[in-house]
Write a protein of this length. Sequence first.
Lengths: 103, 106
Amino acid sequence: MGLRPNIRVLRDMKARQGVLDNEVTRRAYLFVARNQNLPPQIRHQAQLQLNTFGRYTRPTTVKNRCYASGRGRGIMSEFGLCRYQFRLKALAGMLNGVKKASW
Amino acid sequence: MSVVPPSRLAKLTKLRCNIFQTVYNPTGIRTGAKYLRARLRGPAMMSYYPPTLNISRVARMYPELELVDEDEEQRLQDIEDRKKRGKGAPKKAKTKEDGRRNQRRK
């Protein structure tokens, strides 16, 4: 992380924490709601319970952002950096095994 | 080539399920097992961002050190100065009618 994480990174951290905290219960409700062997009423109840979970408990709200700049697009997942930070760090020799191509 | 009857194929599948300890589910009914089988993703998600250290966090962790966050002090001081010059943030509206949106409309 750079000097200080921006609000989008903070929100993403919050989402990650929420996913971690609620993952087991959400999975249990998902199992009940998607199980066709169970009576429809119980499945419906489980689905209603799933809907009560907050926004930042769903794994889909988590987005990998650049850990140096907080940018959300153009992330190289191997390094967790956006394309510009990747370039800067690679040219500075901070990424092992990364070399500028020339032919 | 002789045709194998479906009942025998079903028996074969059942036996295979027995041997490999999988659930025999010939109709393909959804059991929701995949939500239980999948690995938990939370711990890996939490380790994405490298841990950061800043003064305010250290100060909160060790109150006995009595560290002073100079940036924070400066910020609070600036707010005080601005308030003295009458440039502070407006008071929070008590009711919705007092809100800025309604004032503008009048």
